[in-house]
Design a protein around this ligand. Structure first.
Ligand SMILES: [Zn+2]
Ligand SMILES: [Zn+2]
Length: 548
């Protein structure tokens, strides 16, 4: 039994869904597993959120590398940010590597990156760790789990997985290899908790293919299928459906084009040439020969589906007789926008088919309970650590593992555990947190708080002209944004009241008092009395003249 110790500390993905990033440490050396992003839906101008890498700073020269399980954004999206700060090699399966290359090119750091391909069942050495990818099925091609040989013994990380008995690319979940590892003795299993609330099994992509072919085959007008562009299995299936139904594929949205290009170049997609029709020439196709693939299933405003719904798409207009299939789930929190988008599509005359009206148009890429238990059965770990989920998901998954007779612990981002002799012990905390970015640059917490305050209350800007003695020399000018319509009588009367209050406040000041602060207090109080909230207030004190 291995007596040496391995530390683990998650920087993302534990206590939340998304932003997966886990550090393993032994002999003072770190191996990262995945490095992903998450998104911020508060409308504050954030495009991606990545983990804080503060905890890695003490290991700056001793990060052996990053092992990537698969190419989803919540597993690779933060790598450009990590690689800008630390010069470390990245090891990934070919498809993930292709997608990562696109990301790194956008960030203009591709040339400096050290990228290495990993192949299933082929162990490679990363520093003092030995890492072997194992094939799993998931909603993206080329997904892997990792078997990691450490000083504390064999650790298996499931990555994101499901057990699809019939994946469209024929790459089967490698149950035999997991079982062999189980025979050898797995000290610790880390496993995907995303769908711990769902009983049974997630179902095969094959079902989706059959459903899509049936619906498209029966359609008389144009068909638009909305999906997550990264789901290469479904892109492949749609190619087959297009061939079988005599339609052309039209790719709407940049991410569908990117994913299909990378999938082609890495051999994961083999659409026959001529099957894809350029969307600029869509008008040349009869309606019943159009099979469009669109992004934007969560009603993201700039994506293709949203544009179609608002009749703002440059090349395709939907009309009566057309069909829209949302081959996706709705991410919790996006329900109102998605339902509004569906209504807009229906108003155009399109028939809208979703998972609610036909369960078979989408299956999840993450294991349901039966599949989670199956992985426990195959690997028979001594200890268990649930990953990828909110605290509730993690605790439920831990309970399932305990029922199975495994020692399970639950930790969240920033908590540290030590694995020794097959058991997990608490080992304190490391710094953890989120970094909000836009256009590749971080946005600090104070700026985000300001944006949130502006959105919530609006702003009043005041110009206060005073002389050197602090006396008002001209009327105060006030202007507002985001508080009320300009013609609103309450706004007019409040502005007048605020001018009066500021004048009185400044007249009562002593020479040492600060006119800006007094004006600000008076304005916010006056607006609070009228509108019930204190707006953001920016006061500019202009010292006019200069003689006394
Ligand atoms: Zn994934
Ligand atoms: Zn994931």
């Amino acid at each position: 039994m291995p007596e040496a110790a391995l530390s683990l500390f998650p920087l993302g993905g534990l206590g939340e869904i998304g932003m997966n990033c886990l550090a393993l440490e032994q002999r003072g050396e770190v191996l990262l597993i995945d490095c992903g992003v998450t998104f911020d839906d508060r409308g504050l101008g954030v495009d991606v959120v990545h983990p804080s890498f503060e905890a890695l700073e003490p290991y700056r020269d001793r990060i052996a590398g990053v092992a990537v399980t698969h190419g989803h954004e919540d597993h690779i999206g933060a790598l450009p940010y990590l690689l800008r700060r630390f010069d470390v090699p990245v090891y990934a399966p070919p498809y993930a590597l292709g997608l990562l290359g696109e990301r790194l090119r956008e960030h203009e750091i591709l040339r400096h990156a050290h990228l290495h391909e990993m192949r299933v069942r082929q162990p490679i050495r990363i520093g003092s760790f030995e890492v072997e990818p194992i094939r799993v099925t998931h909603s993206i091609a080329d997904a892997t789990a990792l078997a990691i040989r450490t000083d504390a013994g064999l650790v298996v990380h499931s990555g994101d997985f499901k057990i699809d008995p019939n994946p469209p690319d024929g790459e089967l979940f490698d149950a035999a290899r997991f079982e062999e590892l189980g025979d050898e003795g797995v000290e610790l299993l880390l496993s995907d908790s995303t769908n711990v609330d769902s009983e049974g099994s997630s179902g095969s992509e094959e079902i989706v293919g059959e459903a899509l072919e049936r619906i498209v085959g029966g359609a008389t007008g144009a068909v638009v299928v909305g999906l997550f562009a990264s789901n290469v299995h479904r892109l492949r299936v749609l190619g087959e459906v297009a061939v079988a139904t005599g339609r052309k594929l039209v790719l709407l949205g940049r991410s569908v084009q990117t994913h299909s290009r990378v999938a082609h170049s890495t051999g994961y997609l083999g659409w026959p040439s001529g099957l894809v029709y350029p969307d600029q020439r869509l008008n040349e196709l009869p309606r019943n020969r159009i099979l469009a693939i669109a992004t934007g299933t969560q009603a993201e405003s700039r994506a293709a589906l949203g544009r179609l719904a608002r009749e703002q798409h440059p090349t395709l207009k939907l009309t009566t007789g057309d069909t829209v299939i949302l081959s996706s789930r709705v991410i919790p929190g996006h329900e109102p926008e998605v339902s509004e988008m569906m209504s807009d599509l229906m108003r155009l005359g399109a028939e809208v088919i979703t998972r609610t009206s036909d369960r078979r148009v989408h299956v999840s890429g993450h294991a349901y309970q039966d599949e989670q238990v199956r992985l426990l059965e195959l690997t028979r770990p001594r200890s268990f650590l649930p990953v990828h989920g909110t605290l509730r998901h993690l605790q439920k998954h831990a309970a399932i593992a305990r029922d199975f007779g495994t020692d399970a612990r639950v930790i969240e981002n920033g908590q540290k555990l030590i694995l020794r002799a097959g058991l997990l012990e608490d080992a304190g905390r490391v710094p953890s947190g989120r970094v909000y970015t836009f256009a590749q640059r971080p946005i600090d917490g104070e700026t985000l708080r300001e944006r949130a305050a502006l959105a919530e209350t609006g702003i009043v800007v005041a110009f206060v002209p005073v002389d050197a003695a602090g006396r008002l020399v001209a009327p105060i000018a006030l202007t507002t944004r985001g508080i009320a319509a300009e013609a609103d009588p309450l706004l007019e009367s409040t502005l007048a009241a605020a001018r009066g209050e500021v004048t009185r406040a400044i007249e009562g000041l002593r020479l040492i008092d600060e006119p800006g602060a007094a004006a600000r207090t008076a304005i916010r109080r006056t607006f609070f009395q009228a509108f019930g909230s204190k707006p953001v207030c920016q006061v500019m004190v202009q010292v006019v003249g200069g003689t006394q």
